[in-house]
Write a protein that binds this ligand. Sequence first.
Ligand code: ZN
Ligand code: ZN
Length: 500
Amino acid sequence: MKIYDTLSQKIREFHPLDDNKVKMYVCGPTVYDYPHLGHARCYITWDVVSRYLRFKGYDVTYVRNITDVDDKIINRARENNLTPKELATTYYKEFQKAMEALNVAPPDIEPKATETIEDMIKIIKKLEEKGYAYASEGDVYFRVSKFKKYGRLGKQSIDDLQSGARVEASDKKENPLDFALWKAIKTENEISWDSPWGKGRPGWHIECSAMSEKYLGEQIDIHAGGQDLIFPHHENEKAQSEACFDKDFVNFWMHNGFVTTNNEKMSKSLGNFLTINDLLEKYDANTIRLFILTNHYRMPVEFADESLKAAKNGVKRLKNAFEDIKNTVGEEKIKEAEKLITPIIDEIVKTGQLPFHKIDTVQDIEEIIPASLMENCIKNLKYFITAMDEDFNTSKALSVLFDIASCAQKTRESKNPEASAFCLALLLKLASVLGFDLTKSESLNDELSSQLMELVISIRQKAREEKNWAMSDFIRDELGKLNIVLKDQKDKPTIWSIQD
Ligand SMILES: [Zn+2]
Ligand SMILES: [Zn+2]
């Protein structure tokens, strides 16, 4: 598979550094406010990347940190008469709640900056010993001029940066480009930790260098985050880690695009952002995800209600396939199909082809579904893999899901409706790789509605058995007024659907 790397600015063939283990670090949120649509985009993107890498058989360790000490947190806490810890805890919980609501799987490890201070101090000490850092009035700074590769990730020339930098007379830095690794306390009662340079707290960039090294080692496969982090955050992380460990820090730097509105970046500082809570009031998690994945992850996503409405219709098409087929063949048949098709998917993912003799379930399936349908499913599976292997082309992958859904619906209406369970099983599997849950009811009401509908249908069935046609027609007509359409089937339970 191929992945775009921000440092080399190339799409490169992806191979893990060590066997099939993938070490992946994503810069997590600074928890000082409600998470917004930009966060949703970022963490849904890396959720899909980690899910797909696992689908491909990689042994992924996914670390996503929490920045719980930072100027923004300290200032906001002061404004609200809270301790930084209280404020950070509140918004950390909000973040977790939002991620869960969006069906973003938790990372394997979620370190907090405040629990990794010792490791940060260790790295700063080593940088100081090696001449890459210097202490100045209780602060410690990174000596940018000593790190020759500085600026390569962010495509910045040191000369340009130098001439653009503001030089302040009382500056504690040797050079205006130097950045803080450790910040001395300014007042006695602010949040601080003891260090060889006195009481203080870490700079933001050193947090990620330390957490990444602590949980993943000195070199990692993927380091990811929003494009706004390329410079200076990732540039500085790279400088710190490479100066400290004398190794290339990251094999693939990956960055997701912004969310824009009226073609302007959506952000807290511009005051034009939408919180995830706001969004979830109007749209469900699948819709938000589909809206985001319609765009390539490196491209900007323009927020517009029309796009979300279109996404909602898309989700409906996928969910209808599940609901309709479930109503036609029953849940048991779908579960059975999932069991039969799983080894086939695994084999194609692993080898790209299907040695039919090797898989026991192939024969079982051939007895149930026509060969042409099987071929079509396998073709779609391969399209999906090809799309995702090309630097995670999710919009192409989504179009494959829609093709599978159409194929499933067509099969359901054919002479052999049971075969549709196989198309559906494939659809459910691939949708879950993109983080969709098509089987979940949107709300408790959906669950209750379908139970009530089963009850109504069984009452009508009783009436029919008693040849009480008046009652049976009454139920049908009254449901019709609610836009609920019943379809009686020969020798099978009646199915229902809601007409638009
Ligand atoms: Zn390869
Ligand atoms: Zn970071």
